[in-house]
Design a protein around this ligand. Structure first.
Ligand SMILES: C[S@@+](CC[C@H](N)C(=O)[O-])C[C@H]1O[C@@H](n2cnc3c(N)ncnc32)[C@H](O)[C@@H]1O
Length: 378
């Protein structure tokens, strides 16, 4: 069923936004700058709502274009279990009264983050509880015949019924149209199995960054990472079949170090000989230093006439939250280095940091190519 055939839903009075715990203030200031009409209404760590006064128009298929909002949508209401007699079925029944439930093509249910990623074993992604509740919703009378997928990646532009388990017994629900890559993922988090053993969390971070940006590392691509030890991101790139150069004064894990497609340059990023990076297609950086240091190092490399990278994937550490206010300036700086598409996002697997991706040619991005191909179809 195409969205054109759907009865149009109306924007509601409130928006919801989910983010990493600790990034609520950054979300508020981004929204105040971009959408001054929206008024902050409510928050819990990792979950916020904003009121849209009647004179503030926002498209039904809005995209906040925010770095810190992991996902967002129109908020319809909440469903709260009041006592022991109120079970999940009561909460589901409340959610199903909404017109979004009637017309949705997908159901996404997720829990507000319980911790910062990596803390107390918490990693972002779908919880068992959220998947069970999603299954209850799509299996409820009135829904079951429509065979709506539960917690699957939504098709582009599809209407998604969103249910945020702000608490296990307090569900906030609403809807959005899956107009962005992350908007297609349940809770704005790609399905990455974070239970597998990897050298470091940077493995998941890079996986998410590339999926979000639509970058595909192909076998034989030469990739370099500044700040590569102990080696999770390099491990990921090697698994994609890349030739990988790790630049870091610290030691690499043996599994990476001994890989035939890996070269360790045991020095700082600003000490690397540029001609050694001449074949690099994708340049990554994940240095534990202020963003300005990372950007200086990357600028020095990509400005060299011996280097011609296609794109950069940078982790910018928010060692001080004052850097959150400088993200526009960071993007501008990377654009000025010749990267025509530059975007930023606090990835679900980032922790106190953000990801900046810059590509020279937007057709290097898989998702863009797919969109162009789709647009050409009769
Ligand atoms: C967060 S760790 C990187 C994790 C790594 N990306 C991974 O996949 O496991 C930060 C690294 O930056 C390195 N580092 C700090 N300053 C650096 C510099 N100027 N040049 C290169 N590496 C640097 C540190 O030695 C440290 O190993």
């Amino acid at each position: 069923m195409s969205t054109e055939n759907q009865p149009l839903l109306e924007p509601t009075e409130f928006l919801f936004v989910c983010c990493q715990r600790g990034s609520e203030k950054a979300v508020k200031s981004e929204i105040a700058a971009a959408w001054p009409g929206l008024k902050f209404a409510f928050s819990r760590p990792g979950f916020l709502t904003f009121k849209r006064p009647p004179d503030t128009s926002l498209p039904l298929k809005f995209s906040l274009a925010s770095t810190f909002a992991r996902n967002s949508g129109w908020s319809v209401g909440k469903s709260v279990a009041k006592g022991a007699g109120d079970d999940a079925a009561t909460l589901v029944a409340e959610v199903l009264k909404s017109p979004a439930a009637k017309h949705c093509q997908h159901v996404h249910v997720w829990q507000r983050d319980t911790h910062v990623p990596g803390q107390k074993g918490f990693e972002p992604g779908q919880s068992v509880l959220a998947d069970e509740m999603a299954a209850l919703i799509v299996g409820a009378p009135g829904m079951v015949n429509r065979k709506v997928p539960a917690n699957q990646v939504a098709k582009a532009n599809d209407l998604v019924l969103d249910v945020v388990l702000v608490e296990p017994n307090e569900w906030w629900f609403g809807f959005h149209y899956a107009t962005t890559t992350a908007g297609r993922w349940p809770g704005g988090v790609p399905k990455i199995d974070a239970s597998v053993e990897v050298i470091s969390r940077a493995y998941f971070k890079l996986d998410e960054a590339l999926r979000w940006a639509g970058i595909k590392i192909k076998p034989g691509d030469v990739c370099a990472e500044i700040g590569s030890a102990p080696g999770g991101a390099c491990q990921f790139m090697l698994e994609q079949g890349a030739q990988v150069i790790g630049v870091d004064p610290a030691e690499m894990e043996e599994e990476v170090l001994n890989h035939e497609n890996f070269t360790h340059m045991r020095r700082r990023g600003n000490e690397v000989r540029k001609k050694d990076l001449r074949n690099v297609r994708w340049l990554m950086a994940d240095v534990n230093a202020a963003p300005t240091y990372t950007l200086d190092t990357v600028e020095e490399i990509v400005s060299s006439s011996s280097v011609d990278v296609r794109g950069v994937v940078l982790t910018l550490k928010l060692v001080d939250m004052k850097f959150a206010d400088q993200i526009d300036a960071f993007r501008k700086r990377v654009k000025e280095l010749g990267f025509s598409v530059v975007k930023t996002r606090q990835l679900a697997f980032n922790r106190g940091e953000i990801c900046l991706v810059g590509v020279k040619d937007r057709f290097a991005l898989r998702s863009t190519r797919q969109r162009v191909r789709a647009a050409k179809k009769p």
